[in-house]
Design a protein around this ligand. Structure first.
Ligand code: 26Y
Length: 820
């Protein structure tokens, strides 16, 4: 039987294909193959299917010439591919059988795959979800990024509890999911000098040239032949090495330039939310935007259309400000290379690009020193100055004489040195700007983009609430739940996995005791799966009869893991104060943390150390260990999230109001029947709107109060002892060395005792109160299960399919199209 894919997909043919790859691609013998070899052969066999679909899809695009959208992101946090590819192709049951016949277990093979972890956190995972949704909805969308040799670092925990970083050499074993494109290369220039001509043109020459080479990753859609492309660039020296120096015996000089070229794509920068202004990072950004635009331009030129039609065929989404150099780069291409007059070029550019902002935290807004830009990209510096002239003239016209406004809006921030404000450039150079949740988009309009709202009007600034792909975040990570839903709704999985609003059908079963029982059994088995995983990977024994309370995300002060750990200590002290009889009435709880801290983020790393050491004391305390367990799971990743999320009863999303742009794991937990304890922030708000406030545990001050409270803390500080005695007690216990390491936590504790910028002292009481309500709600298990069912049922809005449709229709103006 031949599938729509043109390859035979009956079980004997699959087996033949796997064995064939063992013998030829891997040059091994089938009888002494290990799990890794079997994984590789299975992956190559699946890849054959993807390649055929990919070829057909790309040929279809070439013939049909639809308008295309390009998603430029420095991060794509893809995770593993094999399971997802099998599910999207609908081949999982057959591969399962075939692999069993070969004497292996598919589950074991899936575990052999290393995560593709080319991202830090939310922004990178969002990009991955959006690729899945674009392909699944047959939209002509490509991703463009960098092929880092090392992904996000591997996190180890040192004996003293602190984070250690090790490299992540994810390409050590061959990566079966990428296709090197030796013939798709572009030259990218750095440094040199730019000489102005007339007509706003210039000639940029000299400096260093490096080569960008493409690697393509196939992105299969769900239940469709449509297979899109993620193109990642690798940097290479233009010429292997300098033969002259080599012959003269100067070997080091000979490889120097080749090393510096290779360095550009060697490693993902592991900091999110704090900029450092490092030249190599700027090099990465230009290298990637220049290669991507050259590629997009070549594809456009193949259409043979006049350049004035560029925006009719190309839409480019900028994932945060990281690719903002694409704006001056496209100006350079149009003006210097294509002879388009400056003003016409500016029209084309501003009709091509769209900009998504992911944070309003000031320390995350990118700024590049003018001297650095001037040296590395002299032509782009000129163009940025020329664009500044545009800003000056339009602002001058609308707000004559308003010098302060002009200073705020300028692309150049005055100072020593001057800085280029990338968010201002991204705003000026794009058609539309969006935030990632309703509240966040409102804050974008009211804070960082306020002056631009005054200038352009509010319609340029809108919202696309983030989403997550239900394929990976329901069906793949929680097959038992997706089977139960399918059986209950009497719908094939594909129906609700493609239209998540269909989950609403579960509402009518929320009160059905038989269904509740099955629902609870799925959660229980997911807890056991997690416990098993933790047992085999870390040798720890988790109490699976406890409530699982999870906080997994990057470590950051604004996300307030510190609030959580202080709450855990408070709970521990409360338990210690109880009599054994009182304790017996307490519902046992397991608190789980995971997440990485930026290697240079001292306070965040100290928080990890505190969590690990508190865990050691609590878990060893015979009085309390039946009621409270605490674990920090090292090396958080997409694949760890896939095990953790389905096991959670409650998860924590407790950022200071107004600081978390959206959050996306909140959506993943709820989709899997977990409840939220959270602040009124980001997408928590919209989740509550959907599921009903009675099903979310909200606490803490609201966004409008935050600014005033901070002001008060700054000018009228009140000691913690006075403001919040229970928190003061916790801080003092830590200070006194109850959890070891007397003294080392002082800098962390002082962030709370002193300015308390993230307002822990303001929110602690209501936080503890919310956790108490969680405990009470959990006591009435039937009510809890109903809440859980109702939560999952109302998650339709948070499918990334909805979000991508929004971008496709309201921003990119592209349509679905697929190969016959
Ligand atoms: C400039 C550099 C230091 C930098 C690098 C990475 C700055 C920021 C980032 C990453 C930001 C990020 O991941 N933001 C998150 O984006 C998610 C997807 O929109 C949101 O859900 C989440 O609230 C936001 O923190």
């Amino acid at each position: 039987k031949t599938s729509m894919r043109g390859l035979d997909t009956d079980i004997p043919s699959i087996t033949k294909s796997i064995v064939g790859h063992v013998q030829t691609s891997l040059a091994q013998q089938a009888h002494n193959l290990d799990d890794l070899g079997a994984y590789q052969a299975a992956a190559l066999s699946v890849r054959d299917n993807l390649i055929l679909n990919w070829n057909e899809t790309q040929m279809h695009y070439t013939r049909k010439e639809p308008k295309r959208a390009y998603y430029l992101s420095l991060e794509f946090l893809m995770g593993r591919t094999l399971d997802n590819a099998l599910l999207n192709l609908g081949l999982k049951p057959k591969y399962d059988d075939s692999i069993s016949q070969l004497g292996f277990r598919l589950e074991d093979l899936l575990e052999q795959e290393r995560d593709a972890a080319l991202g830090n956190g939310g922004l990178g995972r969002l990009a991955a979800c959006y690729l899945d949704s674009s392909a699944s909805q047959e939209l002509p969308v490509w991703g463009y990024g960098l092929r880092y040799k090392y992904g996000i670092f591997q996190q180890l925990i040192a004996p003293d509890g602190s984070q250690l970083e090790a490299p992540d050499p994810w390409l050590e074993h061959d990566n079966p999911w990428e296709l090197p494109r030796l013939d798709v290369t572009y030259e990218v220039r750095f440094y040199g000098h730019s000489e102005r001509l007339d007509n706003m043109k210039a000639v940029w020459s000299g400096g260093q040239e490096v080569l960008a080479m493409a690697y393509d990753t196939m992105i299969p859609g769900y239940e469709t032949k449509s297979t899109n492309n993620l193109r990642l660039w690798e940097s290479k020296p233009k010429r292997g090495f300098d033969l002259q120096s080599f012959n003269a015996g100067d070997y080091e000089r000979a490889v120097e330039s080749s090393n510096s070229a290779a360095a550009i794509t060697s490693v993902l920068y592991p900091n999110d939310h704090t900029t450092f202004g490092k030249e190599l990072r700027l090099k990465q950004q230009y290298f990637w935007t220049a290669a991507s635009l050259a590629d997009i331009m070549r594809r456009f030129k193949n259409l043979g259309k006049p350049i004035s039609e560029f925006p009719d065929y190309v839409a480019i989404q900028l994932n945060d400000t990281h690719p903002t150099l694409a704006i001056p780069e496209l100006m350079r291409i149009f003006v210097d290379e294509e002879d388009v007059p400056w003003d016409a070029a500016w029209q084309l550019v501003t009709n091509t690009f769209f900009f998504t902002n992911h944070t309003v935290l000031p320390e995350a807004l990118e700024k590049w020193p003018v001297p650095l830009m001037q040296n590395l990209l002299p032509r782009h510096m000129q163009i940025i100055f020329d664009i500044t002239e545009i800003v000056v003239s339009v602002v001058e016209k609308k707000f004559p004489g308003d010098r302060e406004r002009l200073a705020r809006m300028s692309l150049i921030e005055e100072g020593y040195p001057q800085n280029i404000r990338m968010a201002n450039l991204a705003c000026i150079g794009t058609r539309k700007v969006n935030g990632v949740a309703e509240l966040h988009s409102e804050l974008v309009r009211l804070t960082i983009m306020k002056d631009f709202v005054d200038l352009y009007g509010v319609s340029k600034f809108s919202n696309v609430t983030n989403g997550i792909t239900p394929r990976r975040w329901l069906d793949q990570c929680n097959p038992r739940l997706s089977n139960l839903i399918s059986e209950t709704l009497k719908l094939p999985k594909a129906v609700f996995l493609k239209d998540l609003y269909k989950l609403e059908g579960l509402l009518q079963f929320a009160d059905d005791p038989a269904f509740q029982k099955k629902w609870a059994a799925v959660k229980q088995s997911n807890k056991e799966r997690l416990a098993q995983h933790v047992q085999t990977t870390l040798g720890l024994k988790i109490n699976t009869h406890a409530m699982f309370d999870v906080q997994i995300k990057r470590l950051h002060e604004y996300k307030r893991q510190t609030l959580n750990i202080m709450g855990v200590i408070h709970r521990y002290l409360t338990l210690k104060d109880m009599t054994p009889a009182e304790r017996k009435k307490v519902n046992p709880k397991v608190v789980l943390f995971a997440g990485k801290a930026a290697p240079g983020y001292y306070v965040a790393k100290l928080t990890i150390r505190l969590i690990v050491n508190v865990a050691r004391i609590i878990n060893a305390d015979a009085d309390t260990k039946d009621y409270l367990q605490l674990y920090f799971l090292p090396d958080y990743s997409v694949s760890l999230a896939e095990v953790l999320i389905p096991a959670s009863d409650i998860s924590q999303h407790i950022s200071t109001a107004g600081t978390e742009a959206s959050g996306t794991s909140n959506m993943k937990f709820c989709l899997n029947g977990g409840l939220l304890v959270g602040t009124v922030d980001g997408a928590n708000i919209e989740i509550a709107e959907e599921v009903g406030e009675q099903n979310v545990f909200f606490f803490g001050h609201l966004t409008p109060a935050v600014e005033d409270l901070r002001y008060k803390h700054m000018y009228h500080p009140v000691p913690v002892e006075q403001k919040c005695p229970p928190l003061a007690r916790v801080l003092n216990e830590v200070s006194a060395g109850r959890f070891g390491d007397g003294g080392v936590y002082e800098p962390l504790l002082n962030t709370i005792r002193q300015h308390d910028y993230y307002l822990l002292t303001e929110d602690f009481d209501s936080y503890i109160q919310a956790l108490k309500l969680v405990d009470e709600a959990y006591q009435d298990r039937t009510e809890w299960i109903k809440k859980s069912i109702r939560t999952t049922a109302k998650m339709g809005k948070f499918s990334s399919d909805r979000a991508i449709q929004d971008y496709a229709q309201e921003y990119w103006n592209i349509e679905s199209t697929k190969p016959e």
